[in-house]
Design a protein around this ligand. Structure first.
Ligand SMILES: *[C@@H]1O[C@H](CO)[C@@H](O)[C@H](O)[C@H]1NC(C)=O
Ligand SMILES: *[C@@H]1O[C@H](CO)[C@@H](O)[C@H](O)[C@H]1NC(C)=O
Ligand SMILES: *[C@@H]1O[C@H](CO)[C@@H](O)[C@H](O)[C@H]1NC(C)=O
Ligand SMILES: *[C@@H]1O[C@H](CO)[C@@H](O)[C@H](O)[C@H]1NC(C)=O
Length: 530
């Protein structure tokens, strides 16, 4: 999920939240009285947890202190605690699980990084866990739990109704071992000791790099295995920054005699990697045939949008120019907020008069956005994760007593306050590509909020060593079982793919096609050839 400024402004009657300092302070100072919007809690538990080091671990057995070659010796009812001499203040609590996919071994637990605790689900591959690659998955937000990806999109099971989990045949663990991580701390079942919080992607990246290093060093059978970092939506910003941190960390790992992480690729689904091209694309999506639903808004509105987004006399993109001048060239928080607020009002907001689902323009929003995020299934996931028996089975830390939030508004506010989204994230993508890390940029064609127009545009325009070759290529069809599934362009390790008939959560809408895409990506097979 990506939280649009406008969605939030509509959700919470406090005005355009992202830019209102006083509202942000109000939420953060709410103390125990947690504001709730539908099932989306403004969750301030970050501020209330006692530091778990003061006894929290006593709940779990302090188990093995050697690398675990065979994870399946772990207990199902208790955590095994692992630690590492090079990371004295880091640890892992992990337990075996039988839920979701009985055909594979699965584990849940926390990676503890001092007072920060990141919750993860890990499923082994249905094919060959001893040889298959490892995928790291995160949802976006910022602040949305990866359980959304797991139970709604690409995990080994789905939650469709109130009956619990259902086996999902098109899961991405078909040919890979896969993690789902609730991050940053404060998201989903991840938590932190008093005073700890994360408000930027760069900070979150440090925790993720530590997480990855600890996981691979202590689950030694996966050591050196090809590793892919994947994410959706705001993951378009998270993943390039996280992967860069993991890449840079390798030098340190080598120095202390640890096996480097075999980072092989990044995968971004319906990402918001480039804030600027996405903001401008809202005109194309609402007013031109670029959207599968055709021009959604009337001519009067579209003409206004065009005029406001351009400087009338020069016909240069006014929004782009203003935002770049104040958010990038010379970061001036006040003027950056003013520019983004103006452009958001002129370019994003008009869409909401159409009552379309912002994650899928081919349909209307089901339910109230604040209650269902347009997908009633999200409520079933939330109530499943609120069941005490489920929390016990997963090993959710007992200090987490609040209702589950699929997305934490507090996290969004922290990141917005820190102006996290405005630096150019594609520089990380070019740096990774230039070092041989491949990048897959896939986009469900029906999405509006992180749409194909904005994504195709930045992939064509950004600077990297393969720019000329990549941008000179035409788009070509890619096929699944002989049927056109979308279009693609690929050169020098960068692949752009669109997926027909899919919205923001592409694997939810097109499970067969997205699994085929991922399998071919893992096997290094070109998409535009059969
Ligand atoms: C974790 O891995 C490191 C390096 O392989 C090892 O020295 C350490 O003992 C391991 N710890 C556990 C608990 O497995
Ligand atoms: C559980 O599944 C049954 C059979 O598929 C269905 O009739 C019932 O409505 C489901 N229960 C809930 C709470 O969704
Ligand atoms: C990284 O993974 C690739 C793909 O599986 C493999 O060919 C390569 O040998 C691995 N590299 C290392 C250093 O283990
Ligand atoms: C959790 O959700 C239940 C059911 O929706 C509600 O009755 C309860 O008040 C909520 N608890 C908290 C702490 O918000």
């Amino acid at each position: 999920m990506f939280w649009s400024n406008t969605i939030l402004a509509g959700l919470i009657s406090w005005g355009t939240i992202t830019f209102a300092q006083q509202d942000y302070q109000r939420v953060l100072s709410k103390g125990d009285s947690r504001a709730q919007i539908g099932h989306l809690n403004i969750d301030s538990r970050l501020n209330h947890f006692p530091c778990p080091n003061a006894g929290g671990y006593e709940l779990y057995t302090d188990g093995l202190f050697t690398p675990v070659e065979d994870l399946s010796i772990l207990s199902e009812t208790e955590f095994t605690k692992l630690s590492h001499p090079e990371f004295p203040r880091y640890g892992v609590r992990v337990k075996k699980s039988t839920f979701c996919d009985e055909t594979v071994k699965s584990y849940t637990g926390y990676i503890d990084i001092e007072a920060r605790h990141l919750f993860f689900y890990f499923f082994e591959s249905r094919n060959d866990p001893d040889k298959d690659d490892v995928i790291f998955w995160t949802n976006g937000g910022p602040g949305c739990s990866s359980s959304m990806g797991l139970f709604m999109e690409l995990g080994p099971c789905r939650i469709i109704d109130g009956n619990g989990t259902k086996f999902h045949p098109e899961s991405w663990n078909s040919n890979a071992n896969i993690f789902f991580v609730d991050q940053p701390i404060g998201t989903g079942f991840s938590y932190a000791g008093h005073g700890e919080s994360v408000s930027s992607t760069k900070e979150a990246a440090k925790d993720i790099a530590a997480f990855v290093a600890i996981f691979f060093s202590n689950f030694s059978k996966f050591k050196g295995r090809a590793f892919h970092m994947a994410g959706e939506s705001f993951g378009g910003r998270f993943i390039p920054v996280f992967a860069a941190e993991v890449y840079d960390q390798n030098k340190k790992l080598e120095q202390i005699g640890m096996t480097p992480i075999n980072l092989t690729s990044i995968m971004i689904g319906n990402g918001r990697t480039d804030f600027y091209s996405m903001m401008l694309s809202y005109y194309d999506m609402a007013c031109t045939p670029a959207s599968v639903a055709g021009p959604l808004l009337n001519i009067a509105t579209c003409t206004r949008m065009k005029q406001m987004s351009l400087m009338r006399s020069l016909q240069v993109p006014r929004c782009k120019k203003w935002m770049k001048a104040s958010c990038l060239d010379q970061l001036d928080p006040t003027s950056c907020r003013a520019a983004v607020k103006f452009c958001s009002q002129e370019l994003e907001e008009p869409f909401y008069t159409s009552n379309k689902n912002p994650y899928d323009v081919s349909r209307d929003c089901e339910g109230e956005y604040g209650d269902t995020l347009c997908y009633p299934v999200t409520k079933h996931i939330t109530s499943y994760l609120d069941r005490p028996a489920v929390r016990l089975m997963l090993g959710v830390d007992p200090s987490i007593t609040s209702n589950f939030s699929s997305c934490s508004v507090e996290m969004l506010l922290r990141f917005a306050e820190a102006l996290d989204e405005f630096p150019l994230t594609y520089h990380y993508v070019s740096a990774l590509l230039d070092r041989g890390i491949k990048a897959l940029i896939y986009v469900g064609n029906n999405d509006w909020v992180c749409n194909q127009v904005g994504n195709e545009r930045w992939t064509l325009e950004f600077e990297w060593s393969g720019h000329d070759e990549f941008s000179s290529l035409p788009l070509r069809d890619w096929l699944v079982e002989g049927k056109k599934a979308g279009v693609t362009r690929s050169a020098k390790g960068l692949t752009y793919v669109s997926i027909d008939g899919a919205g923001h959560m592409a694997p939810y809408d097109k499970p067969k096609e997205t699994l085929d895409l991922v399998n071919r990506w893992l096997m290094n097979q070109p998409l535009d050839q059969l």
